[in-house]
Design a binder for this molecule. Sequence first.
Ligand code: KIV
Ligand code: ZN
Length: 388
Amino acid sequence: MPQRKIDIFDTTLRDGEQVPGCKLNTKEKIELAIALEDLGVDILEAGFPISSPGDFNSVREISKVVKNVTITALSRAVQKDIEVAADALKYAVRPRIHTGIGTSDLHIKSKFNSNREDILQRAIQCVKWARNFVDDVEFYAEDAGRTDNEYLARVIEAVIGAGASVVNIPDTTGYCLPHQYGDKIAYLKNNVSNIDKATISCHCHNDLGLATANSIAGVIAGAGQIECTINGLGERAGNTSLEECVMILKQHHSLGFYTNIKTEKLNPMSRLVSDTMRMPVQPNKAIVGGNAFAHSSGIHQDGFLKDALTYEIINPRDVGADDSKIVLTARSGRSALAHRFQKIGYQFNRNDVDALYQQFLVVADKKKEVQDEDLHQMAKEYQLTVVN
Ligand code: KIV
Ligand code: ZN
């Protein structure tokens, strides 16, 4: 089956950095930008230059050093914003201006006190203005998730006509269900006459925990770009997680998509972002959480020790994680206990298993996790033979 390349647009440094407490200085942003380039992202959103002199400077400095990636800067549909974004991108080899406006009736009325026709004209004008500075313009229809499809299609057709090469369909509030978001992308594919002149981009938020599922639904329906962040960082409940999308497309290869991400760099990248942004990763986070490759219940441990594939769909080395862990708890079984005793150097006779296991459970019930020191103590009391 022919494979379709999906562009990975990383917005850790812009949408991700909007998390309270995650603010980065220019030096930190440059370090992360270099690591993201190394990871293989296609587009890097470096910031929102009009928002502060510091952010302007970060976009400019990143543009000077990161040369193998398209660098993009955010702007509102405001001439001054666009000019400042263009100026910040002056040194970029492949600059992109990301500009746009809210298109849902809620945004049109409550934010802009305006009407659909006026917003349509502003959308066209901002793309035209941005095209004076760069060839690559991405238009975002903020709150597209709650925008009427017919109106959205009119806006998208008009901005492509005005020169946008990428059209971003954000589910800004993370409201859509996967089939609704997928249907929205399919609707645009079928109802925007010039859609083949542009790439459709998914930009999903995680308010209902559906950002990744929605992005994948968008890709299946025809989108060619996913906007995402490392560790799923972002406003409120966060953005689509880069590592999750990349691994879904990789593990479900038969869907027919691929990315250029070097997956063995995902865990080191996650740690770097977590440390730099001072934002711990939850242990049960898919792909990069501390427990993503840890097995603690007896049934799972027994299966895993017979054949890792029984309980692991990803080889931890493929995502740069530490080797899988067998954690000894009161839920562990005899095989895991025997395995650990052997690993730490004891000759373990199967006849001893029952006696040791009972002793193990007494210790395990008092602790969250049984450590090697506990096993050494048990081995001493039971007089287990040490190998060599
Ligand atoms: O969530 C959103 O709508 C955005 C746009 C500014 C692209 O972040
Ligand atoms: Zn966003």
